[in-house]
Design a protein around this ligand. Structure first.
Ligand SMILES: C[S@@+](CC[C@H](N)C(=O)[O-])C[C@H]1O[C@@H](n2cnc3c(N)ncnc32)[C@H](O)[C@@H]1O
Length: 242
């Protein structure tokens, strides 16, 4: 199924059973995004959430892929709201089914590029955590500018994180790990929670993503970064929101 179908489907995608996704906030977002990104952002506003309850912590996963990691997080923390961002229409549809079948009411999915959504859909200081697991490494040097972790994007992530909030980034690609290290180190409002190490190769208790399972089978080196948004005076309250 090619991505060209994206804007051809009238209403809700016919491959998704209405009973699977009925009454989900996802439907509303999908319906708006379907028409095109410019129009979509006229209808979106900072503060998107699956429950609309501003008192609940909100956690974002960017590029959830097949969604195993996000499903695990959301099942384990029903009192927290989770937002999943994906650029792939097909993956968003498949994940919507999984969320509906799991009966999770604390997940909202958005099919839109993270670089666009992060500017339009999140207010300053509003996210408790952001997870970016194994975003595409674009291994050829000339394609490095296409990698997600870039200074401007990280500045936007730091803006939407609450003081003390955590940014988790993982990659299996060594050149990309160097780029991530350099960009995160340069981000003035973030502090490395793993210092003096730039990253670690294992994180106890962390669940494994779909791509990560493949990389582990191939014995690829894993790099897990964790940064925290600085609190006003430059210090970081590791382990919770300020
Ligand atoms: C290599 S896969 C990793 C998937 C998953 N995080 C995992 O670890 O199994 C990267 C995912 O990011 C998505 N993606 C790529 N660029 C993106 C962007 N700009 N915004 C949101 N998602 C993106 C892709 O569609 C893909 O599902």
């Amino acid at each position: 199924m090619g991505r060209s179908l994206k804007y051809d489907i009238p209403g809700i995608d016919p491959r998704v059973s209405p009973s699977d996704v009925a009454e989900r906030g996802w439907i509303g977002l999908f319906a708006r995004l379907r028409a095109g990104y410019d129009e979509a952002f006229a209808g979106l506003h900072p503060g998107v959430s699956p429950t609309g309850d501003a008192d609940r912590d909100r956690v974002l996963e960017i590029g959830f892929g097949r969604g195993e990691f996000l499903l695990g997080l959301a099942s384990a923390a029903p009192d927290t709201d989770f937002i999943g961002l994906e650029i792939s229409f097909k993956r968003t549809l498949k994940m919507a089914r999984k969320v509906a079948r799991a009966g999770l009411r604390n997940v909202l999915l958005m099919e839109t590029p993270a670089e666009v959504a992060i500017r339009g859909c999140f207010a300053a200081d509003e996210l408790a955590e952001v997870w970016i697991n194994f975003s595409d490494p674009w291994p050829k040097a000339r394609h490095a500018p296409r990698r997600l972790i870039q200074p401007d994007f990280v500045a936007e992530l730091a803006r939407v994180l609450a003081p003390g909030g955590a940014l988790h980034v993982a990659t299996d690609d060594v050149p990309y790990a160097h780029q991530i290290d350099a960009v995160l180190t340069d981000a003035k409002t973030l502090e490395n929670a793993l210092a003096p190490w730039p990253f670690v190769g294992e994180v106890a208790g962390r669940s494994i993503t779909g791509y990560e399972a493949q990389w582990r089978e191939q014995s690829r080196p894993l790099h897990f970064f964790e940064y925290r948004r600085r609190v006003g005076d430059g210090s970081v309250s590791v382990g919770g929101r300020a």
